[in-house]
Ligand binder design. Structure first.
Ligand code: 3Y8
Ligand code: NAP
Length: 247
């Protein structure tokens, strides 16, 4: 019996959820519960952690799941590492749905850094206008720097570790026009971004190119070897291969 557990929280996960629902495949969608009101999905949805890899393996077994698809964000390294361990523990095949990395194009001014700490060090000494488009979980690395920060968050934050910060509350996907207006109106000089890939967050890169803004691009965390596809359609083809009757 085919039954999919889909770890979500990205545009591609939402697209795959629509394909699974349309095909009538038994599946459950899973959010971490990171935001106040996540986008509703066309599948039965659970919200919250599993309690580490053992908890995820137990959920796979107790829920009678036949396949695990990890469509989480490339920077959600902990859940993705847990998925590798839990799928092996539960004896369930794992597929990763992940969009290709962004690459600098003609006219881009990018500086690649390994992690958040290096991104903070890559900023100039003198005061700049920095658009930190990295969410709110990794801001401590920028505290104590002389810059004026623009933050874009999904939910209004309680408190921020940055003295000079303006917050825009918005949930993507974003548009190049909207991001160009935002970055021009705030006279942004530097953009810090995670190499998320995909279309939902690429708009700020187009805006940076047209405005001549320097981009500090944080490379993805290294992950163990897994089977990876880069489109929801290829994920459906993988399911069809493994469970022809189920999809
Ligand atoms: C809770 C689900 C969909 C999914 C939309 C994509 C696109 C918009 C771009 C910028 C960058 C950022 C952030 C971002 C993007 C999509 C996608 C993507 C970046 C939601 C969502 C959840 C989250 C969690 C949230 C993080 C934060 C990161 C904001 C829903 C909207 C910056 C990552 O407040 C917090 O604690 C937010 C935490 C993890 C990164 C961080 O470290 O702060 N995403 N984002 C998921 C869950 O609970 O399991 O609420 O509806 C999903 C989306 N975020 O179906 O349309 O596919 O990438 N999300 C980054 O890429 O840098 C915004 O502003 O330009
Ligand atoms: P993370 O650091 O890899 O995971 C931390 C813990 O959160 C995990 O160990 C797990 O808890 C729980 N978790 C994460 N994703 C989950 C899911 N889809 N379903 C159930 N539990 C989940 O994750 P993160 O970076 O905080 O991201 C959290 C969510 O936001 C993910 O769904 C991700 O796709 C989405 N997101 C993240 C980013 C980003 O920049 N990190 C960007 C866009 C969207 P237990 O150990 O208790 O199981």
């Amino acid at each position: 019996m085919t039954r999919i557990l889909l770890l979500g929280g990205t545009s591609e996960a939402s697209a795959l959820a629509r394909l699974l629902a349309r095909a009538g495949v038994a599946a459950q969608f899973s959010y971490a519960g990171r935001t106040a009101a996540p986008v509703a999905q066309p599948l039965p949805t659970r919200i919250g952690g599993f309690g580490g890899p053992e908890g995820l393996a137990r959920h796979l077994r107790d829920g009678g799941f036949s396949h695990l698809i990890d469509a989480t964000h490339p920077f959600a390294a902990q859940i993705s590492a847990n998925a590798v361990v839990a799928a092996a523990m539960a004896g369930v095949p794992l597929l990763v749905l992940q969009r290709p990395e962004w690459r600098a194009g003609a006219g881009d001014d990018w500086c690649h850094v390994r992690d958040i700490e290096q991104a903070a060090q890559a900023l100039p000494r003198q005061r700049a206008n920095v658009f930190l488009a990295i969410g709110k979980q990794n801001l401590a690395a920028f505290a104590g720097l002389p810059h004026r920060f623009l933050l874009r968050l999904v939910d209004e934050p309680a408190a921020l570790p940055l003295p000079d910060a303006q917050v825009v509350v918005a949930r993507g996907p974003f548009t190049a026009q909207g991001d160009t207006r935002l970055m021009r109106d705030r006279a942004v000089t530097h953009l810090v971004a995670k190499n998320a890939g995909g279309i939902g967050a690429a708009a700020k890169l187009e805006a940076a190119r047209s405005l001549g803004v320097r981009v500090i691009m944080i490379d993805r965390p290294a992950m163990p070897a897994r089977q990876v596809v880069d489109s929801p359609e290829l994920a459906m083809a993988w399911l069809h291969q493994l469970a022809p009757r189920g999809v």
